[in-house]
Design a protein. Structure first.
Length: 412
């Protein structure tokens, strides 16, 4: 694979489609996803024309580039947000995250139980569908809110904080599901308790470092002449937090997000903070994030639309319904207005990279092998989940834009 050729094609295409999306009043994210879908369709139709773009998801170098896209997107999100606001909305976000996990999980398991044939893999397949519906794509959600200028509103802060909690809960679900796939039975309670303990340890360690070591480093940097050291220092902290997160069994995006939170206006002076933020924005939204979102669009396979159209339609419908009812209902109980609650539910609806990771694990483990008579649902289950992830990520910003414009949430 010629990496530079691939990046050239993807960057030109995503920026062009992103600009078109902006011109018709939609977030650039929508254009970037459609760029990936369009390229994917072209590759499938004319494979000899784009040989370097075939099977990109299996190329370790390209996957590393898309991982950097997720990393920088979450780091910038943390940099944009204010820690005291995250703490202020954490209780509501936790309730929203729980509601937004439980309801879609139940709906997904129920859908699988209705459609899937009775085989040895049926329980694991049902849980796979439920897990795919339960997870929120944190990077996609952050990008949508940034595009709409709503990241720092009360609703926006609640959505992102809930999505981060959601990501942590999804790791517990993923650990449980992968154990079930691998050995035929879920991990025992002590394994789940160990993962919870590691999660607490991560936030304790990063809290101590962020509250005490980061400010000390900020004071030190004020006496140094090289301006680039501020960017380097932030990246060192973010990479360290990401490494710690992965060592403790968490996703690296959690580490990147938390590092961004602590590297705020009080860590360095306001002028330096704005300079760092401008540089990070250019790197993230000018290069890495578009490549990441295009990669999601590239993964789309429309085969399931002809093989299991009813199942795919219901899967997409329940993906939205589960989050609106689960996360939105929890938000309403916590005191948000009906329109704000619906907006939160819609904001929790995008799926993306984590679903694709789970689907890949399940595919390699043979979860989609029927073991009996051919079943169009089982044969197309992988593609159906990918379609659901892409469709929810494309449609959510369009609906969310309308929801924000109509419900008049605060912008404070």
């Amino acid at each position: 694979m010629d990496l530079f050729y691939v990046l050239l094609i993807l960057l030109v295409t995503t920026r062009a489609f992103g600009e078109l999306a902006e011109r018709v009043g939609q977030p650039s994210l929508v254009g970037e996803l459609i760029a990936g879908i369009t390229l994917g369709a072209g590759i499938a139709e004319f494979p000899d024309t784009f040989p370097d773009l075939i099977n990109l998801a299996e190329n370790e170098v390209f996957v590393s580039v898309t991982d950097l896209g997720m990393f920088f997107l979450m780091l910038f999100a943390g940099l944009e947000m204010q820690p005291h606001k995250v703490i202020q909305h954490s209780a509501g976000a936790l309730v929203v995250a729980i509601g937004g996990m439980v309801v879609p999980l139940a709906l997904g398991v129920g859908l699988g139980w209705m459609f899937l044939p009775h085989t040895d893999n049926r329980v694991a397949q049902c849980l796979f569908i439920g897990t795919a519906l339960a997870i929120t794509a944190v990077p996609a959600t952050v990008r949508i809110l940034m595009d709409l200028g709503k990241l720092e509103t009360t609703v926006g802060q609640t959505i992102v904080s809930a999505a981060v909690f959601d990501d942590i809960f999804s790791l517990l679900l993923l650990a449980w599901l992968t154990g079930l796939i691998a050995v035929g039975e879920p991990p025992i309670g002590i394994d789940i308790a160990l993962l919870l303990g590691k999660t607490v340890l991560f936030f304790v360690v990063t809290g101590i470092v962020g509250l005490y070591l980061f400010p000390w480093g900020g004071r030190l940097m004020r006496h140094l002449k090289a301006q680039e050291l501020e960017i380097s220092a932030m990246l060192v902290g973010a990479f360290a937090f990401a490494v710690l997160a992965e060592m403790l069994g968490l996703h690296f995006i959690v580490g990147a997000f938390v590092a961004g939170l602590y590297f705020g206006r009080k860590t360095i002076n306001a002028k330096s903070y704005e300079r760092v933020k401008t540089t990070m924005s250019a790197m993230t939204f000018g290069f890495l994030a578009p490549i990441f979102f295009a990669s999601i669009g590239l993964s789309l396979n429309l085969g399931a639309l002809s093989g299991a159209p009813l199942f795919v339609g219901l899967l997409v419908l329940l993906a939205f319904l589960g989050k609106v009812v689960g996360a939105g209902g929890a938000a309403r109980l916590f005191g948000f207005s009906t329109r704000e609650s619906a907006t939160i539910g819609i904001g929790m609806s995008p799926r993306g990279a984590v679903e694709l990771v789970i689907a890949g694990i399940a595919l390699k483990a043979g979860l989609f092998e029927n073991g009996g008579a051919p079943s169009p649902i089982v044969e197309n289950l992988f593609s159906a989940v990918v379609i659901m992830a892409v469709v929810t990520t494309v449609i959510s910003p369009i609906i969310l834009q309308r929801a924000f414009s109509r419900q008049g949430t605060d912008n404070k």
